[in-house]
Design a protein around this ligand. Structure first.
Ligand code: KIV
Length: 300
C-alpha cells in the first residue's frame, strides 16, 4: 500500500489531522470535550468540518429534519447512503459516523454486517451508529471483527419509539439505571468505540461516563458526558417545531431565510431584481447596430 496522499489539501480543516477513534479516546483520557453535530449535506458538513467539529454524524434524524417525516423510522439505507456520500465529500478533519436506519440491522446479523459495510465502502463513513443496549452486543462484536467501528446509542433511542410508547426520558428508576450500566458494559466489551447517551438524567449520564472506558457523547444527558451532540437543524432553528429542553438554539436561520426570501420576492415583483449591473450586456461595438437593426426588425 502506498502512503502517498493523493488529494491535494484545500482548506484549513484539511491541513489538520483527521480525527480517529483513537483521537476520541485520547480526548476522554485528557478530559477534553468532544464536539459532535449532525449534518446531512455538503454545505453544512463543510461548515461544521471547517468550524472544527470533532465528529459529524449523518443521523437518521435526516428522516425528520430534512425529509419531513414524523419520526426516524421510514428512512432507508439508500437514502442514508446518498446523504452520507455528500457529507463525506465535505469532511476533511471530522470523524464521520453514519447512522444505520431502522430495519437495516434488526434481522439477520449477516445482513446487518453487509449493510454496515456499505456505509464504509460506498459512502466513506469511518464508523456506523446503531441504537440499542446489550441485545446489540453480538452485532457490535461482528461489526468490529469486520473492521467497522461502531458507535453505540442507549437511553432514549428514537427507533424504539413504538416500543417505548413515545419519546420519554429513560433511566429514571434504579432498575432502569442498572440496565443502562449493563448495556454500556456489554457494548464496550463487544468493541463499541463510543456510546451516545440520549435522554437520561444528568446524574445517571455522569455515573455511566465515569464507569465507561470509551467516550460517552450526550444529547439531553447533561454536561458531564465526554462530549455533546446536537441535531444541526435544532441548533439553527430550522425544525418548525418546539425544541426539546436540552436544545440551545445558537442562531435563527429560519428568520434569516424568511427575511431574505421576502426581500427576493419583493424585488422580483417590483422589477428591482435583477438590476442593470446584474445583467449581461452586448459588446459596446454591437450595441448601436443591434439597437438600430432590432428597431427596424420590430417595425417591419
Ligand atoms: O439521528 C440522530 O440525529 C441521532 C443523534 C440525535 C444522536 O441519533
Amino acid at each position: 500500500m502506498s502512503l502517498t496522499q493523493l488529494r491535494p489539501t484545500e482548506n484549513a480543516a484539511s491541513t489538520a489531522a483527521r480525527v480517529t477513534a483513537q483521537t476520541l479516546l485520547e480526548k476522554k483520557r485528557l478530559g477534553s470535550p468532544i464536539v459532535a453535530l449532525t449534518a446531512y449535506d455538503y454545505p453544512t458538513a463543510r461548515l461544521a468540518d471547517e468550524a472544527g467539529i470533532d465528529l459529524i454524524l449523518v443521523g437518521d434524524s435526516l428522516a425528520m429534519v430534512v425529509l419531513g417525516y414524523d419520526n426516524t423510522l421510514p428512512v432507508t439505507v439508500d437514502e442514508m447512503l446518498h446523504h452520507t456520500r455528500a457529507v463525506a465529500r465535505a469532511t476533511r478533519r471530522a470523524f464521520l459516523v453514519a447512522d444505520m436506519p431502522y430495519g437495516s440491522y434488526h434481522g439477520a446479523i449477516d445482513e446487518a454486517v453487509t449493510n454496515a459495510i456499505r456505509f464504509v465502502k460506498e459512502a466513506g463513513a469511518q464508523a456506523v451508529k446503531i441504537e440499542g443496549g446489550a441485545a446489540r452486543a453480538d452485532l457490535v462484536r461482528r461489526l468490529t471483527e469486520a473492521e467497522v467501528p461502531v458507535v453505540a446509542h442507549i437511553g432514549l433511542t428514537p427507533q424504539s419509539l413504538h416500543a417505548m410508547g413515545g419519546y420519554k426520558v429513560q433511566g429514571k428508576t434504579l432498575a432502569a439505571i442498572d440496565r443502562l450500566h449493563a448495556d454500556a458494559r456489554a457494548l464496550e466489551e463487544a468493541g463499541a468505540i463510543a456510546i451516545v447517551l440520549e435522554g437520561i438524567p444528568r446524574e445517571v449520564a455522569a455515573d455511566l461516563t465515569a464507569h465507561c472506558e470509551v467516550p460517552t457523547i450526550g444529547i439531553g444527558a447533561g454536561p458531564d458526558c465526554d462530549g455533546q451532540i446536537l441535531v444541526f437543524h435544532d441548533l439553527f432553528n430550522l425544525t418548525f417545531a418546539p425544541t426539546a429542553k436540552f436544545v440551545r438554539p445558537y442562531a435563527d436561520a429560519a428568520g434569516m431565510f424568511s427575511t431574505a426570501l421576502a426581500q427576493y420576492r419583493r424585488d422580483v415583483t417590483t422589477r428591482t431584481f435583477p438590476s442593470d449591473s446584474e445583467s449581461y450586456h452586448l459588446p459596446r461595438e454591437l450595441q448601436s447596430v443591434f439597437a438600430r437593426d432590432h428597431r427596424l426588425a420590430r417595425k417591419a
